[in-house]
Design a protein around this ligand. Structure first.
Ligand code: PHE
Length: 353
């Protein structure tokens, strides 16, 4: 009988040594120390032993039971520890590894440049004023000295909006330039104090639309920034001084500027401002088309009848206005050869800004 106990012990300890996980440990427990295990069966055999044999056997089997139960607990603790170590190893974090970069969005290059232009004008005392994208024919053209059939309308091919109303002044258009905002602003300010309208110094940004064939050089939409300065003593000298200072802040302190006379129906006299080509320094290159100069904006003294349309008495008030294209400036600055990139949504283009 004692031999049998010894055999059970040896066999149980041997199999326990190869148990590596909880599931097999449970199987082992049921098989070796469970109620129906050979060891537990031995207890029932006690009755068949003689009085003399019983004490030794009793001791032996109790010792075996205690031993196997202790070995079982030790094994369980060992497996638990091993599993913990394994899970720690698999979740190990190397904090010295570089992180995964988060992709940052960015502003569209047009928006970036628009903000830059407005930032400079704001520093120079201009207030941002916004007007509508959908304009009446009256504001977009007539109040700016462009009556129906005026040849200047042909320069600005227009998107008309079908409202069912064909009355000339009621026609609605997508604004072809930001200049109609001039009259809107003048009317708003002059209505505050009709006898003594306040001076104005505003920058007026916004999208403009033209009904054109889309090519590398022309798009159906583009931004403009309009400027308007009105007061009682504003001269062409103020226009030149203000715009030259703007050009210095925008393109660098050494930039050379020149004004060429031009024509716009809503300004008189009118001019275009050029800056010396910053690609070739005025020597002539492909960007400036060999002229040495880059045209960057149109400007002029606000026409007396436009002042009057805005509620400002041209006998007492004068002012200047200008309009520029932020996309055009970007194209010159970065030698972008095709205007279609701006609204093409090609991430390879946009990511460069
Ligand atoms: N509105 C003109 C254009 O679209 C630009 C301009 C604005 C010219 C203000 C003079 C004064 O080209």
């Amino acid at each position: 009988m004692l031999d049998k106990l010894e055999k059970i012990e040896k066999e149980a300890l041997k199999t326990l040594a190869s148990v590596k996980d909880k599931a097999n440990l449970e199987k082992w427990r049921l098989a070796k120390i469970g109620r129906h295990s050979p060891m537990m069966n031995m207890f029932s055999q006690m009755a068949s032993l003689s009085k003399e044999e019983r004490p030794a056997f009793g001791q032996g089997i109790n010792r075996l039971k205690a031993l196997l139960e202790k070995e079982f607990e030790d094994r369980r603790a060992h497996i638990k520890q091993a599993e913990l170590e394994e899970s720690l190893a698999s979740e190990k974090l190397d904090i010295s590894l570089p992180g995964r970069p988060v992709k940052m969005g960015r502003l569209h290059p047009s928006t970036q440049n628009l903000r830059r232009v407005l930032g400079i004008l704001a520093e120079m005392g201009f207030q941002v004023y916004t007007a509508r994208d959908v304009e009446s024919d009256e504001y977009n053209f007539q109040l700016l000295n462009i009556p129906p059939h005026h040849p200047a309308r042909e320069m600005q091919d227009t998107f008309y909006i079908d409202t069912g109303n064909n009355d000339e002044s009621e026609k609605q258009v997508l604004r072809t330039h930001t200049s109609p905002g001039q009259v809107r602003a003048m009317r708003e300010f002059s209505s505050q104090n009709p006898d003594n309208p306040p001076p104005i110094r505003i920058a007026l940004p916004g999208m403009c639309y033209r009904f054109e064939q889309i090519t590398a050089r022309s798009e159906v939409q583009f931004n403009q920034v309009e400027g308007l300065v009105l007061g009682q003593t504003i001269t062409f000298g103020d226009l030149k001084g203000t715009l030259s200072e703007f050009a210095r802040r925008m393109f660098g302190s050494h930039v050379k500027t020149r004004f060429r006379s031009d024509h716009f129906p809503f300004t008189e006299p009118s001019a275009e401002m050029d800056i010396e080509c910053y690609v070739c320094g005025g020597k002539g290159c492909s960007v400036c088309k060999k002229s040495g100069w880059l045209e960057i904006l149109g400007c002029g003294m606000v026409h007396p009848s436009v002042l009057a349309n805005g509620g400002y008495d041209p006998a007492r008030y004068s002012g200047f206005a200008f309009g520029m294209g932020p996309e055009r400036q970007l194209m010159l600055r970065h030698k972008i050869s095709d205007i279609r990139y701006f609204w093409g949504n090609d991430i390879r283009f946009l990511e460069q800004f």
